[in-house]
Design a protein around this ligand. Structure first.
Ligand code: NAD
Length: 482
């Protein structure tokens, strides 16, 4: 135990001991090996971090820096991430069990987040407004908000943190990040890289710890100007309620139960590959997981056979091994949750076509087989609730009308996939699906340049693109008597 690394908070540009003196362990889910001990943050640590962030914001080191200079720092941070990509990719693979080759892919695009907002930094401006009164000059200014709180989950710590950090900094805010208690390491390293890039101490702070402690304290902090949250709908709803009365703005990226709809005119081989990648990538632990499939009755058997054949051949094992196709769930509780859901499905009358068992992956870890459920319908919990694991529910439909109705019959509205060769149908479906992102003949494409929003219980506010800058700025109207 004594040789374990202890990782402190990162506040005001330095590593800081937790006020409580307490640490908690972070475990590699593939092997159950304890990786490091992270600082257990609480209200005192959050207060210290928010004060550091407020100081960096106010004392002209950051807020009044020229926008050109802000852009240069963001560019430099993107470059540093590229230079340290392999280290960061391995950190996340060890912490949450995602495949190293998938993490290398994510790290290859991560610098784009910073480079994109670097290019936007000097393009944030207000307007001169032509009011009817010619004796006054009216103009608007787009100002930063102050201290932004960022709370993120464990499934893609660096990417999901960067979706918040890059635009928040670009707009002139400072940030306090509370990463998931399951994955603290890579986000702490990111904050160190920000300091190395030249961001002033206090511009980027990280307080590690649990949601009900550090997370809650950040949400409740009186000096917080905004909260940007990615995580479950249940937590998002609690955060929205806690901040609403104080009129603190929130951007919420929440859960999903996304449909993949396969029409009779689809390229079935392509659709089958998309369905498999949509649900089994990252062992199903992506918010956009295509966890429900609706297949036209005429191609249902063919699709199911292709998808289940592929699912059975998926190679489970060490996420560091290039040949592995499915890693573990991120921690024991998540693996148990997935197993419990499959049992619930069995109890509801679902048939397990393939998978349906926990395994230790030969490494002693928290793995679960790629699982396909059939004989299911929209009334069942396994079809309605987010499982966040490698579990797919497949159902037939007869008409386009019915496909739309079944796909939209969910509290979620994050994403949807449509597989068809008919262009007019593709446009019709894109217009009628209640989802913030619609993919046609592809799945999981994403870019920091493209705005995304969760509909219904999947979120509030926009991330990515130029659109998100509005979420990190406020608009001031200035009138001058001429
Ligand atoms: P979670 O809601 O349990 O936790 C997310 C974060 O919130 C963690 O850092 C946690 O410590 C913190 N937290 C928990 N309770 C809190 C509280 N009361 N106050 C403040 N912070 C609190 O979610 P998770 O299990 O870590 O992540 C999985 C969920 O995230 C899934 O529902 C998934 O769909 C969602 N997700 C959404 C997106 C998206 O872009 N829409 C992306 C990835 C993941």
């Amino acid at each position: 135990m004594s040789e374990l690394t202890t990782s402190q908070h990162f506040i005001g540009g330095a590593r800081v001991e937790p006020a409580s003196g307490e640490y908690f362990e972070s475990t590699n889910p593939a092997t159950r090996r304890v990786l490091y001990r992270a600082a257990r943050g609480g209200a005192a640590d959050i207060d210290r971090a928010v004060t550091a962030a407020r100081g960096a914001y106010e004392d002209a080191r950051w807020r009044d820096l020229s926008q050109t200079r802000r852009g240069r720092l963001l560019r430099r941070l993107g470059d540093l991430i590229a230079e340290n990509a392999e280290e960061l990719a391995r950190m996340e693979t060890e912490d949450n069990g995602k495949l190293l080759r998938e993490m290398r892919g994510q790290l290859a695009t991560l610098p784009e987040y910073y480079h994109y907002y670097a290019g936007l930094a000097d393009k944030i401006h207000g307007d001169v407004v032509p009011t009817s009164d010619r004796r006054v000059l009216n103009y608007t200014a787009r100002e930063p908000l102050g201290v932004v709180g960022a709370i993120t989950p464990w499934n893609s710590p660096l990417t999901l943190t960067s979706s918040k950090l890059a635009p928040a900094l670009c707009a002139g805010n400072t940030v306090v990040i509370k990463p998931s208690e399951h994955t603290s390491a890579s986000v702490l390293r990111l904050a160190e890289l920000a300091l190395e890039a030249g961001f002033p101490p206090g511009a980027v702070n990280v307080v590690t710890g649990f949601g009900g402690e550090a997370g809650q304290a950040l949400v409740d902090h009186r000096a917080l100007a905004k909260i940007s949250f990615t995580g479950s709908t249940a937590t998002g709803s609690r955060i929205a309620a806690a901040t609403a009365g104080r009129f603190v703005g929130s951007t919420l990226e929440l859960g999903g139960k996304s449909p993949n709809i396969v029409f009779e005119d689809a390229d079935i081989a392509n659709a089958a590959m998309g369905v498999v990648a949509g649900i089994f990538a990252a062992a199903g632990q992506t918010c956009i997981a295509g966890s429900r499939v609706f297949a036209h009755r005429s191609v249902y058997d063919d699709l199911l056979e292709r998808v289940s054949d592929r699912a059975r051949s998926i190679r489970i094992g060490d996420p560091l091994d290039e040949k592995t196709e499915l890693g573990p769930l991120a921690f024991e509780g998540q693996r148990d949750k997935v197993a419990a859901y499959v049992d619930i499905g069995r109890g509801e009358g679902a048939r397990v076509l393939t998978g349906g068992r926990s395994t230790d992956g030969g490494l002693g870890g928290f793995f679960y087989e790629p699982t396909i459920l059939v004989d299911v319908d929209n009334s069942m919990r396994v079809v309605r609730e987010e499982i966040f694991g490698p579990v797919l529910a497949v159902m037939p439909f007869d008409t386009e009308e019915e496909a739309v109705r079944l796909a939209n019959d969910t509290e979620y509205g994050l994403a949807a996939g449509v597989w068809t060769q008919n262009l007019a149908r593709a446009h019709r479906m894109a217009a009628r699906l209640d989802a913030g992102t619609v993919w046609v003949n592809t799945y999981r494409a994403m870019s920091p340049m493209s705005p995304r929003q969760g509909f219904k219980s999947s979120g509030a506010g926009v991330e990515h693109g130029t659109e998100t800058i509005k979420e990190y700025t406020r608009l001031k109207s200035v009138w001058i008597n001429t």
